[in-house]
Design a binder for this molecule. Structure first.
Ligand code: TA6
Length: 285
């Protein structure tokens, strides 16, 4: 059977701890932020910075930040990556049937920026031997609503220098390190020898993270997502982030699942959009 416990977490922020027959997980109500997922006997799947802050109005560094309703820092927006990750969400339902597979549903309370409920967000996190997360956006207003969204997942890796990300060969991407110029991924594997910050567009593909140091393959499968972002800050940006250790770039990679840039969503009145990511891992030889 599974167990869900409400606790006071770091910085005094409320969190849920979930223990199943296969794994443990942790979700902070702040940002509905999954900060930990670990399969029994395996290294943690998600990376969480030792320097992360746990304060209202400040994003947690690591885990799965929910980026909504914009990605990046548009000139007319007050902050990077929207506001959903900085708000306190509410638990709507905890389902833990006899199977032991546990689902926690959270909702973003109505706020003026979203028409006091005209745009509603519900987030379902399902914990088993795998981890899945689904973000559902519903438009009950009388006007279309355009937004970007991304589940900005940080993964624990053994050594970024020997890591490979597969599944994006031939896909176009916008290179954030080169004025967002459009390029095409030539290689079968993305390797890291410096900062990488690429938004791959129009791609429904599954991505695999091959970690030779930890002898595992992480699978990132997705539904309702046309964009995949791959990011490692490397040395200079790691040093520039106060909530990230200078050497932590060596043991993390972001493979993010969403709909950003040209893949932004325009939701018609009465419509709903669902974005799902399914994370799993298995030992590699
Ligand atoms: O997803 C990549 C990215 O947009 C990078 O450019 C970097 O800014 C990263 O997100 C982290 O952003 P944050 O606002 O969480 O520091």
């Amino acid at each position: 059977m599974s167990r869900v416990t409400f606790l006071t977490g770091r910085g005094g922020l409320p969190k849920l701890e979930i223990a199943t027959a296969w794994s443990t997980a942790e979700i902070y109500l702040h940002g509905a932020h999954v900060t930990r997922f670990q399969e029994t006997g395996q290294p943690p799947l998600l990376f969480l910075s030792d320097q992360s802050r746990f304060e209202p109005n400040v994003p947690i560094r690591g885990g799965i930040p929910i980026i909504f309703p914009w990605f990046g820092k548009p000139a007319d927006k007050p902050a990077q990556h929207g506001f959903a990750r900085n708000r306190s969400w509410a638990v709507k339902e905890i389902a833990s049937p006899a199977t032991g597979i546990t689902t926690v549903r959270l909702v973003l309370p109505p706020c003026p920026e979203l028409g006091d409920g005209n745009i509603a967000l519900e987030y379902a996190v399902t914990v088993s031997e795998n981890l899945s997360a689904e973000l559902v956006v519903t438009n009950t207003s009388a006007r279309a609503y355009a937004f970007e969204t991304c589940l900005h997942t940080y993964f624990t890796v053994g050594d970024i220098n020997t890591l490979e990300v597969l599944g994006l060969q031939g896909v176009d991407y916008l290179d954030s390190l080169d004025a967002h110029r459009r390029k095409t991924e030539a290689g079968a594997a993305i390797r890291f020898a410096g900062e990488v910050d690429r938004t791959y567009v129009n791609t429904p593909h599954r991505v695999e993270i091959h970690d030779a140091a930890l002898h595992r393959v992480i699978r990132v499968e997705k539904i309702g997502s046309a964009s995949t972002v791959v990011w490692n800050p490397w040395i200079a940006k790691a040093k520039a982030m106060p909530d990230f250790g200078n050497a932590e770039y060596q043991r993390m990679v972001c493979v993010e699942t969403g709909n950003v840039a040209e893949n932004q969503i325009t939701l018609a009145p009465g419509a709903t959009a669902s974005l799902t990511v399914k994370l799993s891992s298995e030992p590699s030889r």
